[in-house]
Design a protein around this ligand. Structure first.
Ligand SMILES: Cc1cc2nc3c(=O)[nH]c(=O)nc-3n(C[C@H](O)[C@H](O)[C@H](O)COP(=O)(O)OP(=O)(O)OC[C@H]3O[C@@H](n4cnc5c(N)ncnc54)[C@H](O)[C@@H]3O)c2cc1C
Ligand SMILES: [Zn+2]
Length: 616
């Protein structure tokens, strides 16, 4: 009899966690390396699960791949660690249990952490060792990212006829992190040839059972579930799970009711949990009919107010548009900031952009100031959002907060890394890249959170993305723009540019894009400021002419500011006929400089319009 033949007839019990039982060897240890250094401990765990009633066990190879072993300098040991694992499991199993070769997901919640090519390479290497050691089947487990699981499953299906068990992991009941309903994901896995489809890890029995209520019995494949013991508690640097074996007894019956035919455990479970499941399931007959709960799809409420201002991307497509950055102060006290904001409003700007702790230096929260200028001064705030200071939880909370405040204009950026700022030891979070953040905001606009959970409303964010043309290869930067457009960017804002020629190059390199671009211009304030930008800011090159113009008035602050404004005006002239959007950056809260430039743009625009009328 083979595993699948058995599953046709009855429910089988699988084993529980490996990692949890190996914690005693040290939390920071490579658990898979223990296959080589502590083989008797691994055998002992397998034996304990078999004694508890497991008929299907898994090799201790969850993270035995190139990427994860490399963290311990063990990347050359992929073959030896996987080989040893299969031999140990087989030795423990004898003819009492099937041995599944486990391969764990790499990507977790972060899609961009590992490229699909790396996923394939890493998977193949581990797969071949496990198959060469003649496992009874494969267990692909803890895949949060469906693309990753579909990719590796297709590879495995091509390579072997042995049973393949494919498990996704969920954060939320019934949906994957990309919003795919569990029932659809499992159907896709069956389509790709998985013999057993199901869930493992992250959720305990309660949420897993609720998720399975929405899943019909598969046509050909079998359902499986390896729940965690409970939600984890974090104590003394380790995750602690409940030892709730009576509860597991009850839930085993509920899993059976959902049509599950292979039941094991994931993190936090022990042989005691498996014993409880085995004792509960005295009747191993699987169910053959099931009433499926309909997934509750809430009707999203459209939040576009009928008289809401048009988004900036629409404005800048139609006419000249000026947005101005005025950064939140580094010290408490906002009187000067508010004065500047007011003056800029009077000069007639389309939006005031507020940086998010630029140069990785703490400033007053741009959300707080954005809300103040919106409510008190009637200004449209454009809030920069970096991925540096907030994790995936914080970013989503921030977006919900902005929506609640009625702030809809955001710039999604990676953010300067902490090491360049005032607190170089601070963590740069980077749970998401700018691409992921853009995608996340687009998903919010569809009414869904990162994990696909309905938000109850659709947000209405207009999404700007950053364009840094100050790079050696402009074509590469343009490729990033194209990717950002695919992710959902509505328009771009550039780093400041300092030469007419560069503005023309940017125009040539981007004229094929339909997405509007605001060209960044920041007036120089002094010769030192010019030298700093030229010599110390990567990618920024000032022409000799600009530097000597600034140098000529080095000791005269008033004349320096005048010269800085004059230079900025010539850059505006260069950008004027090529781009509708101008993004002015206020240096050091010196708003009188940007106010003058805004006026200059409006006057120039008016003159151009009048000329147009005159010449028909
Ligand atoms: C309009 C604007 C506003 C900004 N506001 C802020 C702010 O408020 N707070 C803040 O901290 N920072 C801000 N920045 C700085 C920005 O975060 C950094 O310049 C960042 O390194 C790049 O931002 P990004 O989101 O465009 O990066 P991404 O396009 O996401 O790039 C991220 C990283 O990829 C690499 N990269 C980018 N382009 C290329 C390329 N062509 N080739 C190879 N590698 C590349 C770089 O290492 C870069 O750091 C702003 C930048 C711009 C243009
Ligand atoms: Zn787990």
């Amino acid at each position: 009899m083979g595993l699948l033949q058995d599953l046709k007839e009855r429910i089988l019990i699988a084993d529980g966690a490996m990692g949890t039982l190996l914690y005693s060897h040290g939390v920071d240890r490579c658990f898979e390396e223990l296959n080589l250094s502590k083989p008797e401990d691994i055998i002992h765990i397998h034996e304990a699960y078999i004694a508890a009633g497991a008929e299907v066990i898994q090799t201790n190879t969850y993270g035995a791949n190139y990427v994860k072993l490399a963290r311990y300098g063990l990347e050359d040991e992929v073959p030896s660690i996987n080989r040893a694992a299969v031999r140990l499991a087989k030795k423990a199993a004898g003819n009492k249990a099937y041995v599944l070769g486990t391969i764990g997901g790499l990507r977790s919640i972060n899609k961009s952490a590992v490229s699909i090519e790396e996923v394939k390479r890493t998977f193949r290497e581990q797969l071949f060792v496990l198959l060469n050691e003649d496992v009874d089947g494969l267990l692909l487990e803890t895949y949060y990212d469906l693309e990753e699981l579909e990719t590796v499953l297709a590879i495995a299906r091509k390579e072997t006829d042995k049973p393949i068990i494919a498990h996704v992991s969920l954060h939320e009941v019934g949906v994957l992190q990309d919003g795919t309903p569990l029932s659809e994901a499992l159907a896709r896995l069956e389509q790709l040839g998985a013999d057993v489809i199901g869930l493992n890890c992250r959720l305990g029995p309660y949420h897993m059972i609720r998720s399975l209520e929405e899943v019909p019995l598969p046509k050909k494949a079998f359902l499986s579930a390896y729940p965690n013991a409970s939600l984890p508690d974090y104590r003394d640097g380790r995750l602690i799970y409940e030892t709730n074996t009576d509860y597991f007894k009850e839930t085993a019956l509920a899993f059976r009711e959902q049509g599950v035919r292979l039941i094991g455990g994931c993190c936090g479970t022990t042989p005691k949990h498996i014993e409880a499941i085995a004792n509960a399931l005295t009747d191993r007959t699987p169910i053959t009919e099931k009433v499926v709960k309909q997934r509750h799809v809430p009707i999203s409420i459209q939040t576009n107010e009928p008289n809401a201002a048009p988004p900036l991307q629409d404005i800048v497509r139609k006419r000249r548009s000026v947005i101005v950055e005025l950064d939140p102060p580094k010290k408490l006290g906002i009187a000067k900031f508010l004065e500047g904001a007011k003056a800029l409003k009077e000069a007639n700007i389309d939006a005031l952009t507020l940086a998010d702790n630029s140069l990785a230096t703490p400033r007053i929260s741009n959300m707080a100031l954005g809300s103040i200028v919106k409510e008190q001064l009637g200004i449209r705030p454009l809030i920069h959002i970096t991925c540096r200071d907030r994790n995936l939880i914080g970013l989503q909370s921030h977006l919900m907060g902005l929506h609640t405040l009625g702030i809809t204009d955001v710039l999604a950026i990676t953010g300067d890394p902490s090491k360049i700022g005032d607190f170089p030891g601070a963590t740069s979070v980077y749970d998401l890249s700018s691409f992921d953040l853009i995608r996340l905001i687009r998903q919010f606009n569809e009414g869904l959170s990162y994990s696909g959970k309905p938000l109850g409303q659709k947000t209405n964010f207009s999404i700007a993305a950053a364009f840094n043309p100050n790079v050696r290869h402009l074509d590469k930067a343009v490729e990033r723009l194209e990717k950002k457009i695919q992710c959902g960017a509505h328009y771009f804002i550039t780093q400041p540019l300092y030469s007419e020629q560069q503005i023309e190059e940017v125009y040539e390199a981007t004229k094929h894009l339909e997405t509007p671009i605001y060209i960044g211009i920041m007036p120089l304030v002094s010769a030192r400021n010019a030298d700093f930008l030229h010599h110390e800011v990567p990618g920024i090159t000032l022409s000799d002419e600009i530097r000597s113009r600034m140098a000529a008035c080095a000791n005269d602050p008033v004349q320096s500011a005048r010269e800085g404004i004059a230079i900025a005006k010539s850059l505006i002239d260069a950008a004027f006929d090529l781009f509708n959007g101008i993004y002015l950056i206020t240096p050091f809260l010196r708003y009188e400089m940007t106010v003058e430039l805004v006026r200059y743009i409006h006057e120039k625009e008016q003159a151009a319009q009048e000329r147009k009328v005159l010449h028909g």
